[in-house]
Ligand binder design. Structure first.
Ligand code: ADP
Length: 371
C-alpha cells in the first residue's frame, strides 16, 4: 500500500501541541502541502510565533508519530519545515532598545543646578502632551527621581521571561512616565561608595535588562559633570542628543560649556538639543510679575548664542518647584500654573529641536555595545 496524505494526517493527529493540549491536525497546524514521493514525506507545521518554545520538540514528536503509526510501510523519510505566522521582530544587535524612538541625555556641568528637577518635570510635561515617556535616573551619586515622584518605597519587580528567555525589570510608572532609578535598588548612602565601573554596569542593566517597551522619548538624568559614566552611556546607546541644564551664574556656565564640549567632541559626537536655564530669576508667589535675577541675567542665552545651540527654556526659581519636588508630585502636573506652562513650552521646544536635528540628518552618537 502506498502512502497518501490522510494516512500522514491520521498519524499526526496523535501529536498534541503542549501549549493547548490539542492535537496538531485539528488545531490546523499542518499546512495543506503534504508531499509524498515514494517513501519520502515532507510538509510544514505552522507555529503562531517565532521562538515558540515547543517548536523543536513538536517537530521531533511529529516525525516519531509518523514512523510509529505507519510502521508497515517500511522506512519513511520525514522532512518537516517549521513555519511561523508572526516573525519575531528582528533584533538589531547594535540597538538594545529597538522600541525607543529618541534617547535624550540630560546633564549639567555641576550639581545642584536643578538638572533632576528639569528632567522630572520635562518627562511629566512630555507625558501630558501625549508622548510615551521613559525616565532613567542615572544620577548614581544622588538619585532623586524616587523622591520627586513619591516612589521612595517602590521596588520594581521582574517580569516573566521574554521570548529570549530573559527576565526583565519592569519600570515603575507614575503620571504617565515609566521610570527606573538606581535608588530603587540601593540605599542612596551606599551608592556614593560605588566605584565607577560598578555604577556603569548597574546603569547598563537598568537600560538593557528592563522592559522599556515603546517610547517616544527616553530621558536619561545623568550625573553632573563629565565622567566615565557619561562615556559608557554614550557608547552603549545611540543618543539622539543631549540637553544641558545650567543656572545663569558664571561658575555654572563655565561648567556647562565644558559639558557641551564633551558631547560635541569627536570621541562622543552627540548633537546638543539645547540649553535649559534653570533658576533664571526669582519670582515671589505674592508678586508673580516681579523678576529678581539672583544669579545674573540671561547667562544661558549668551552661552547658547556663543555655542550656537538653541535655548530651550528659562525656568524661574519658584518655591512650589522645590515643594513639589519634595512632595512627590512634579509641578509640571499643574498645567495651569506659570511654571507648569514653562515646562510645557520647554517640552514643545525640545520636540521641535529633536525633529530639526533628525531632519538635518546630524549624525547621532556611535553605537558600541559592550556586553
Ligand atoms: P541637580 O539634579 O542639578 O543636582 P536638583 O534638581 O536636585 O539639582 O535641584 C536641587 C534643589 O533645587 C532641589 O531641592 C530642587 O527642588 C531645587 N530646585 C531646582 N530647580 C528649582 C527652581 N527652578 N525653583 C526652586 N527650586 C528649585
Amino acid at each position: 500500500m502506498a502512502l497518501y496524505p490522510q494516512l500522514i494526517l491520521d498519524a499526526l493527529s496523535h501529536v498534541r501541541y503542549p501549549g493547548t493540549g490539542k492535537d496538531i491536525v485539528s488545531s490546523e497546524m499542518i499546512e495543506d502541502n503534504i508531499r509524498i514521493d515514494g517513501n519520502n514525506v515532507s510538509f510544514s507545521i505552522i507555529f503562531e510565533k517565532e521562538n515558540d518554545p515547543f517548536a523543536k520538540s513538536l517537530l521531533k514528536a511529529a516525525e516519531t508519530s509518523i514512523k510509529h503509526y505507519i510502521a508497515d510501510e517500511g522506512e519513511i523519510n520525514v522532512a518537516i519545515t517549521p513555519k511561523f505566522r508572526v516573525a519575531a521582530p528582528k533584533k538589531d544587535p547594535d540597538n538594545p532598545l529597538p522600541g525607543v524612538k529618541n534617547i535624550i541625555a540630560i546633564s549639567s556641568g555641576k550639581g545642584g543646578v536643578g538638572k533632576s528637577t528639569v528632567s522630572a518635570n520635562l518627562a511629566v510635561a512630555l507625558a501630558q502632551a501625549g508622548y510615551k515617556v521613559g525616565l532613567l535616573d542615572a544620577d548614581i551619586f544622588g538619585p532623586s527621581v524616587p523622591k520627586m515622584f513619591g516612589l521612595e518605597d517602590a521596588r520594581p519587580i521582574l517580569e516573566d521571561k521574554n521570548a529570549e528567555g530573559r527576565e526583565l525589570i519592569r519600570p515603575e510608572e507614575k503620571y504617565g512616565v515609566k521610570m527606573l532609578s538606581i535608588g530603587f535598588f540601593v540605599n542612596p548612602k551606599d551608592a556614593v561608595l560605588w566605584r565607577g565601573g560598578m555604577a556603569s554596569n548597574a546603569l547598563k542593566q537598568l537600560i538593557t535588562d528592563a522592559n522599556w517597551g515603546e517610547l517616544d522619548y527616553f530621558l536619561l538624568d545623568l550625573p553632573p559633570g563629565t565622567s566615565d559614566i557619561h562615556l559608557t552611556l554614550v557608547q552603549t546607546l545611540a543618543l539622539t542628543g543631549a540637553i544641558v541644564v545650567s543656572t545663569p551664574q558664571e561658575v555654572a556656565l563655565a561648567d556647562a560649556r565644558k559639558g557641551i564640549a564633551m558631547f560635541t567632541g569627536e570621541k562622543v559626537n552627540v548633537p546638543i538639543i539645547g540649553l535649559v536655564e534653570n533658576m533664571a530669576w526669582f519670582t515671589p508667589a505674592e508678586l508673580p510679575q516681579n523678576k529678581y535675577y539672583l544669579f545674573g541675567k540671561e547667562g544661558c542665552k549668551r552661552l547658547a548664542e556663543e555655542m550656537n545651540v538653541p535655548l530651550l527654556g528659562q525656568i524661574p526659581i519658584v518655591q512650589s518647584i522645590c515643594e513639589c519636588g519634595d512632595s512627590g508630585a512634579p509641578i509640571a502636573l499643574d498645567t495651569e500654573s506659570m511654571t507648569g506652562l514653562a515646562f510645557a513650552s520647554l517640552a514643545e521646544k525640545m520636540v521641535a529641536s529633536v525633529e530639526e536635528i533628525k531632519a538635518k540628518g546630524i549624525k547621532t552618537s556611535r553605537v558600541i555595545t559592550h556586553k
